[in-house]
Ligand binder design. Sequence first.
Ligand SMILES: [Zn+2]
Length: 492
Amino acid sequence: MRLRLTFLPFYLVVFISLTSFAYKSVAASSVVTDSSTSNSSFSMPLWFEDFKKTATPRQMYQFLQAMPKGADLHHHLSGSGFSEWWYELGADPTKNGGYTYYTQVSNSNSSCHSDKLSALRFHTISKTTWATLPQCIQQNYIELGLLNENQKRGFMDSIRLHTPSEGREEFFSTHWQRLNELTANPTLVSKILLLNMQAYQAENLQYLETQVNVRYAKKPDGSPYTPDEALAIYTHVLGSEEAIATGVTVRFQYALVRFLPDAEAQLEWIYDFVDSHREIYVGINLVGREDDMSGQPKRFASTLRKLRAKYPKILLAFHAGESETADSNVRDTLLLGAERIGHGLNTIFDPDTLLLMRNSHYLIEINLISNLLLEYVPSYDTHPFPEYLRTGIPTALSTDDRGMFDSTLTDEFYVAVTEFNLSWEEVLTLGTNSLQYSFLQPDIKTQQLALYHQQVAEFETQVASDTVPTQTPAFRAFICKFEHELCSGDKD
Ligand SMILES: [Zn+2]
């Protein structure tokens, strides 16, 4: 059993092309005949049990990449960009809508800074903001496109968890603070969305429900976009040929940071905005670390009650229970009216809520890689996911901030299958749940579920006939550390 990840340098993130689909011999030997039916039939569940026993790590990974996966329901768009995407887009005004960015490569004059956050290495700001700074701070910064190779590596490493010393504090206290004004550029972030869609097409995902905020977007000259102007940039990308070609359907949630001083007023604004844009915005999320007591669920009860008197139902998927200690946050969040719970880790310590959620219609969004890297579980031995899955609590796998974790949805399935010995029926339950509990409009949800079942049937037929299309896995850093053999360079 893997206890802790050992971290390897980034250069061990390798991209390996597999020349053949390597589980053919397993498939061929596993076709069974079911005498209870008139047809000679193939049993995918039995095949999968056999496959798990005999597949090499690469064979398993390739299988899981090729498999239809349904949806990713817990996805922060600003946390989903891989480091090289942020760099390539941030450094090139021709790719990012005409913005020039500066990043802090030295803090020799940190005493000039008025606060700790702006003194961070690789704190990245727009040229218009940089121009307003005193000279003693300006000289700490370099234009992002002019970084040397070491600085470029430093920038990219600074926005992903890549060493054992980095964990929860590094993640919550520095990553977004460094990205800073990059996240206020809707042209750049909409390209991160397109890159996600293209990556998900390669992973055979069909629906993405991602958290996208548009309220404080800025133009290249620093002036504000209206929220509608910023949203139009995203919807333009979603309507582009490139986006449509991915076959990935996308809807947005609006995210509220729970501990902001004016969070109630923000929630009121968000309700109104989501109500006015229900075609694209299908829900609201409450995000942010729960150990900040100023963001407790009960804080929002009266505001939500007031808003429910004014607006038709808006679906809520709130983060709750992202904690290694017991509290009542999941229960309190259900009381707020949430349909889905993000993480739900500490529900395991709350028997009444655990019982309430069994065979319920509340789904827990499971983020296995996030939970390990942010140290909410010391190892997968203690993760409650199998208990939830196998006692009838609806669950689905999702990626949270996969750009910063340098991971994929295939990685999440790889961890789940190898750590918890998932059956084929359980794999399909996770995929079905990810669509069934999505916030898609009902008619589109019905279509998406039908599409998923059709794709699964086709995939099973391909497995049975040994004709699954060959894909080229792109192993990211997380999975290389988790399963060294995948990236060792020795082909099967
Ligand atoms: Zn999250």
